[in-house]
Write a protein that binds this ligand. Structure first.
Ligand SMILES: Cc1cc2nc3c(=O)[nH]c(=O)nc-3n(C[C@H](O)[C@H](O)[C@H](O)COP(=O)(O)OP(=O)(O)OC[C@H]3O[C@@H](n4cnc5c(N)ncnc54)[C@H](O)[C@@H]3O)c2cc1C
Length: 471
């Protein structure tokens, strides 16, 4: 703590000179709203001393220079939909809210790219592209609320990652402000590049620790006009988990392969007030989307997938309508409705290890006395097991229980060649687990990068690594 100063009257004056009175708030009521992101456990909450609202890259740079001058930590924040406590100001200081930088600067329909400011809502980009017959392929379930800058910072995934990859696969380049306040363009609108380090990819997924992203050049694609959505219903999880590899091996490039266990289906159908087929028979779902530019090709793929599902012992294969996709998209909200302190696990394993790792969950539930629901982007091995604090433990006790659960869970995940986060990031919440699970050589490199780019540890300290921590 001693390494940082409190926000002083002089710093506030200087911030107001840069941003104007309206660009700076110390109103205690407003500060309270920035004490957390999607996190509901007060154990993690930290209130900033000041929140600033820059409107330009130059203003971002000026604020970061001031933060360095006064040695006050600064936490970038987009929509605050993150689930890793990434936007929580651990050491208080300044929160930099980026939602005023919300313009789409360009959509080039001929050359398939867009230039957007950091604070544009992801669904707005999707819709603007769709209206032009184009696809922006980043599609987190939170698209209606999150911002593109937050997606870049977390390397957000989502339902279409199995075909199009995560956010890092959607970017050409970006404008950033470094932790020392320099404005730098990283990446370029090129199809290939072996020219030095790939800095745009380093920034992507760095969770606001290596730079503040202010502008992004995004890749666009032509929008496939045809698509189908199926749900394959299974009476055993193991059968469902074997399906993704079969589909991929058959040469069908699905856009999504999503799994929901029976507990998740019951929770979500209750929350969405819909009835879903076969749920009372304790079945699980695999939702599959395929898109195509050719209707005949699409029909053939649909037939092939139906056959594969039958071969794998599906109880039923039906069309996945809005009701079913609605339940999938509301998974996190349905969990929150039951328990505001639910934990969104996000581990990722090789496709052939999905069955093995999920088979461990009931044993862990029993050992730690917890209840979980599961959905998964099983097309890319990314599993969301959500422990729910059904017994109403206190924030501290729930935290302790989760620490024990994580120790066991991540040990198994890493033993199978997996990692603790497929799309949500490490943030503050998994800081300790990340250090414990990451091989020392890799951890040392990550720490060295942070130290080299941010000598004062000003930008989002205690996220991913905490430089205060001796290695
Ligand atoms: C209902 C729900 C569904 C979700 N579904 C998905 C999903 O399908 N896939 C998925 O990946 N995630 C999902 N999430 C998690 C979350 O929406 C993503 O992590 C998202 O990318 C966060 O964006 P945000 O704009 O809310 O960022 P914030 O939460 O505000 O910030 C996230 C992190 O990025 C940093 N940051 C923000 N903006 C910048 C910037 N401009 N420059 C540098 N750093 C910055 C912050 O410091 C923080 O560390 C879901 C969350 C909810 C609540």
């Amino acid at each position: 703590m001693a390494r940082f100063n409190k926000v002083s009257a002089e710093l506030l004056d200087e911030l107001k000179k840069v941003l104007g009175e309206k660009g700076v708030t110390v109103d205690p009521e407003k500060l309270q709203t920035y004490q957390t992101d999607e996190e509901g456990n007060p154990y993690w909450f930290r209130t900033p001393e000041v929140v600033v609202f820059p409107k330009t890259t130059e203003e971002v740079a000026a604020v970061i220079k001031l933060a360095n001058k006064y040695l006050v930590p600064i936490t970038p924040r987009a929509a605050g939909s993150g689930v890793a406590c990434g936007a929580i100001p651990v050491y208080h200081g300044i929160v930099m809210e980026l939602d005023k930088m919300d313009k789409i600067l360009k959509i080039d329909e001929d050359n398939l790219y867009a230039v957007v400011q950091t604070g544009v809502r992801t669904s707005v980009i999707q819709q603007e592209c769709k209206q032009r017959g184009l696809l922006y392929a980043g599609d987190p379930c939170s698209a209606d609320s999150c911002q593109i800058g937050g997606n870049v910072a977390t390397n957000a995934g989502g339902n279409k990652a199995v075909k199009y990859g995560t956010t890092r696969n959607q970017i050409y380049g970006m404008k950033i402000v470094t932790p020392t306040g320099d404005i730098v363009d990283v990446g370029a609108r090129l199809q290939k590049c072996s020219t030095g380090y790939c800095l745009e990819q380093l920034i992507c997924g760095s969770e606001g620790t290596l730079g503040v992203v202010t502008e992004i050049t995004l890749k666009l694609r032509p929008l496939p006009p045809y698509k189908f959505d199926l749900v394959a219903i299974f009476d055993e999880d193991a059968k469902a988990f074997a399906l993704p590899n079969k589909i991929l091996k058959a040469g069908i490039e699905p856009t999504s392969i999503e799994y929901m266990d029976n507990k998740a289906l019951k929770m979500c159908s209750n929350f969405c007030k819909v009835t879903l087929p076969h749920v009372e028979e304790n079945c699980c779902y695999v939702i599959i989307t395929v898109e195509s530019f050719d209707e005949d090709e699409l029909d053939k793929k649909m037939e092939k997938i139906s056959d594969l599902c039958d071969d794998m012992g599906a109880v039923d294969v039906i069309q996945a309508d809005d009701r079913i996709w609605g339940c999938r998209r509301q998974f996190a909200e349905a969990a929150r409705d039951i328990d505001i302190m639910f934990v969104a696990e996000d581990f990722v394993v090789p496709l052939d290890k999905i069955a093995e790792i999920t088979a461990e969950v009931p044993g862990l539930e029993e050992k730690h006395g917890i209840y979980t629901v599961t959905s998964a982007h099983i097309g890319d091995g990314n599993i969301h097991v959500l422990p729910l604090n059904k017994d109403g433990l206190s924030p501290e006790d729930w935290m302790k229980k989760m620490a024990g659960f994580h120790k066991d869970l991540f040990e198994k995940v890493y033993a199978l060649g997996g990692k603790m986060s497929g799309e949500h990031g490490i943030g503050y919440k998994k800081l300790v687990d990340f250090k414990r699970c990451t091989p020392p050589g890799e951890y040392k490199m990550i720490r060295a990068i942070k130290k080299a780019l941010d000598p004062n540890d000003i930008l989002n300290p205690a996220k991913i690594v905490d430089l205060e921590d001796s290695i």
